[in-house]
Design a protein around this ligand. Structure first.
Ligand code: ADP
Ligand code: MG
Length: 287
C-alpha cells in the first residue's frame, strides 16, 4: 500500500510543475547523492546562434543553406537552430536519404550530392580532413561529396536558473554534480565552470554516456541514489539506466517523457532541488 502522504507529495510537486510518476520516486529522490546532467537543452537553452560562417567552397549563404537542407528532417537543437538561422523556406523535395548520426551530426542527399554536417568525429568517420578552428563554440563542419566545404560556428547559452539549480542541489545534500555532453571539451568545460559543476565529461557518444552513468552508479554509496536529467534527444537509454530519470517536458521529446520518472513541465532545472525538498518533507512524515 502507498502511504497517503505520498499523494500529498505528488500533488504538491504537480502544483509546482513537477510531474512525479509514482510515490516510490519521491523516496529515490530523497536519497539522491549524484545528479548527472545532459548539457544541450537541459542546462543550456538548446537554442544556438550562428556566430561565424567559414566556407572553403561556396558562399557563406550557400554553406548555411546546404547545412540547413541536410538538417531539414532532424529535431536536434542544432538542426532547429541552423534552419532558424537560414531563415528562408527549405524545399524538402531537394533532400533525400537522410541519416541522423547521434552525437555526430547528419548525412543526407541534397540536390543529388552527399552532404554531411556535424562534428570532428563525423569528419573522421567519413575520412574528410578539416581545418582546426580556434573559435569558442560548437563547430558544425560541412562536407560535400567527400570534400571539405567549410564550417559554421554556433553557440548556446546556459539557462538563467542553471547555476542556481546546481547550488540548490548541493544545499539539498547532493554530493556530486556531473555533466555529460557530446559537445567539444572546451565548450563542456566552459559551461561546467560557469555553473559550478563538480565534473564534466565531453565528446561522448550516446553509448559513452550510458557507460559513464554505469560507472557513477558503481561509485555511489550503498544507500545513495543517482538521478539523470536530460532533454531526451538521444538520452532515453541513460534516463532509464539511472535510479531516477528526470526529463524536460516542454522542449523534450515524447520518448524522453515516456522514459522518465519525473518530468519538469517548464524545463527549469531549478525544479529538481524543489522536488527533492518536497520528497524529503514527505518522507519525514512517512519514515
Ligand atoms: P549533448 O550531449 O550536449 O546533449 P548531443 O549528444 O545531442 O549533445 O550531440 C553531441 C554533438 O554531436 C553536438 O555538440 C554536435 O557537435 C554533434 N551533433 C549532434 N547532432 C547534430 C546535428 N543534427 N547536426 C550537427 N551536429 C550534431
Ligand atoms: Mg542531449
Amino acid at each position: 500500500s502507498v502511504p497517503l502522504s505520498f499523494f500529498g507529495g505528488i500533488g504538491g510537486a504537480s502544483k509546482c510543475g513537477i510531474l512525479v510518476k509514482g510515490g516510490n520516486y519521491l523516496e529515490v529522490l530523497a536519497d539522491t547523492e549524484i545528479v548527472v546532467f545532459d548539457k544541450t537543452g537541459t542546462l543550456t537553452k538548446g537554442v544556438f546562434n550562428v556566430t561565424a560562417i567559414h566556407p572553403d567552397q561556396f558562399s557563406e549563404g550557400r554553406l548555411l543553406e546546404l547545412a540547413a537542407l541536410a538538417e531539414s528532417y532532424s529535431d536536434h537543437p542544432i538542426s532547429r537552430s541552423l534552419k532558424e538561422a537560414y531563415g528562408a523556406e527549405l524545399d524538402a523535395k531537394r533532400v533525400q536519404q537522410v541519416e541522423e548520426l547521434s552525437g555526430r551530426g547528419v548525412r543526407a542527399q541534397v540536390d543529388g550530392t552527399v552532404v554531411c554536417a556535424g562534428n570532428d568525429k563525423l569528419m573522421e568517420e567519413i575520412g574528410v580532413k578539416w581545418h582546426p578552428c580556434h573559435h569558442i563554440g560548437t563547430t558544425v563542419h560541412v562536407a560535400v561529396d567527400g570534400a571539405y566545404a567549410g564550417h559554421i560556428v554556433i553557440s548556446d547559452e546556459v539557462k538563467p536558473d542553471a547555476a542556481e539549480a546546481v547550488a540548490a542541489l548541493r544545499r539539498q545534500g547532493v554530493r556530486r554534480t556531473v555533466m555529460l555532453t557530446g559537445d567539444a571539451k572546451a565548450v563542456g568545460e566552459g559551461v561546467a565552470l560557469q555553473l559550478g559543476l563538480d565534473e564534466v565529461y565531453a565528446e561522448l557518444l550516446p553509448a559513452g554516456k550510458v557507460e559513464k552513468v554505469e560507472q557513477l552508479l558503481r561509485e555511489k554509496s550503498p544507500k545513495g541514489r543517482l538521478a539523470f536529467v536530460g532533454d531526451g534527444i538521444n538520452d532515453a537509454p541513460v534516463l532509464s539506466r539511472a535510479d531516477i530519470g528526470i526529463a524536460m517536458g516542454a522542449l523534450g521529446s515524447d520518448a524522453a517523457i515516456e522514459a522518465a520518472d519525473i518530468v519538469l513541465m517548464d524545463d527549469n532545472p531549478v525544479k529538481i532541488a524543489a522536488a527533492m525538498q518536497i520528497s524529503k518533507k514527505t518522507l519525514a512524515i512517512v519514515r
